[in-house]
Ligand binder design. Structure first.
Ligand SMILES: NC(=O)c1ccc[n+]([C@@H]2O[C@H](COP(=O)([O-])OP(=O)(O)OC[C@H]3O[C@@H](n4cnc5c(N)ncnc54)[C@H](OP(=O)(O)O)[C@@H]3O)[C@@H](O)[C@H]2O)c1
Length: 320
């Protein structure tokens, strides 16, 4: 079985991915846990916990557990640079050891970095994963919140000397806990509880975000892990966007208001200066043709608004 280490296994995307891999029976799944409680939770879901942080102890763990592929789905942001350095070091050591032993060919350590389609910035113009984000030729600059990410993507891609590398970029993710939607669903829920007729939400009324369900994100990364050794070194550009729909923010939030009992609907008052709210208010007209044709990704869930009755109840339930 292939040994996969997930950095961020206790998170929203990481949990869905680890469960997809465990269910396949093709992988031994390891996950970094930052507390003993999270370590126990990982073990309960058949993920082998590695208690620690992004630090040099990870190097030892990668060697000890004979990890084949490391996947960074953490929200570690700038710390992901340190993680990349550690994984590069581990990959270099593996190649050097094989050379010393006289092995003619040795598989490189795999590394998949989870970025996000926010690197495409905000535009209704079609974008795809062959466009060079963070350059003047891109349709729009990366969102302010993630403007550091194109450089990290480049550093990941430049690590193919010692690693098999790939960058996977989900669009805005929905489903299950709908974690990232709390800033919008929260005020609508509160208005419903107070019996208010109108909910005020800090979102741009004209935005049309690109979207993808968390289960489809999991199968996208799962496909990426399985295809990485086939694609690496072939000349295929190893960057893949995962998006299944583009829907109006107003439609999304009106649908949530209906489900949460706010009869007058929502008033979208603009994102203001908050960088997270501004990032949530982007428009993204992406496509995932390459993820489907090259990775063999088969997303199953199309439509946030369409399934809002289920998604809002799931969001409420996951908050207890
Ligand atoms: N959610 C979306 O809509 C979306 C869309 C596109 C891209 N993404 C990207 O997907 C990634 C995961 O997002 P998410 O929504 O799953 O986030 P999340 O639920 O907040 O999970 C983050 C995970 O990363 C771990 N983590 C955070 N900082 C860390 C650090 N310094 N060292 C080690 N582990 C750390 C967390 O561990 P703890 O449990 O210990 O906190 C948790 O397991 C992020 O890079 C995000 O930008 C998300």
């Amino acid at each position: 079985m292939v040994n996969v280490l997930i950095i961020g296994a206790t998170g929203y995307v990481g949990h869905a991915l680890s469960q997809s891999l465990v269910r396949s029976g093709n992988h031994r799944v390891f996950g970094l846990a930052r507390t003993p409680e999270k370590s126990t939770a990982l073990a309960a879901s058949e993920v082998i916990p590695i208690l620690g942080t992004i630090s040099s102890s990870l190097l030892q763990a990668i060697a000890t557990h004979r990890i084949d592929t490391v996947v960074d789905v953490s929200g570690a942001n700038q710390e992901s640079h340190s993680l990349l350095s550690l994984v590069r070091e581990a990959g270099g050591e593996r190649l050097a050891a094989a050379k010393k032993e006289g092995s003619p060919a040795v598989p490189k350590l795999g590394f998949i970095y989870c970025s996000g389609t926010w690197v495409h910035g905000s535009s209704n113009e079609p974008v795809n994963d062959l466009m060079h984000v963070g350059t003047p030729s891109a349709p729009s600059p990366a969102t302010e919140l993630t403007k550091w990410r194109p450089e990290l993507e480049k550093a990941v891609l430049a690590s193919s000397d010692v690693l098999d590398v790939m960058v996977v970029r989900p669009a805005l993710v929905y489903g299950r806990s709908c974690a990232i939607w709390t800033s919008f669903f929260g005020p609508i829920y509160a208005a419903g509880q107070e019996g208010a007729t109108l909910a005020s939400v800090p979102a741009d009324p004209d935005s049309r975000p690109g979207l993808v369900h968390v289960d489809d994100v999991a199968t996208g990364f799962h496909a990426a892990i399985e295809k990485l050794p086939l694609i690496a070194g072939t000349g295929v550009y190893p960057v893949f966007d995962l998006q299944t729909s583009q829907e109006g923010m107003r439609d999304i939030l009106e649908a949530a208001a209906r489900e949460l009992g706010v009869k007058g609907g929502v008033e979208l008052v603009g994102a203001g200066e908050d960088l997270f709210m501004r990032a949530m208010s982007v428009s993204g007209n992406g496509s995932s043709g390459r993820a489907k044709s090259i990775l063999g990704w088969e997303p199953k869930r199309y439509g946030f608004v369409q399934g809002m009755d289920v998604f809002v109840k799931s969001w409420v339930a996951s908050r207890g």
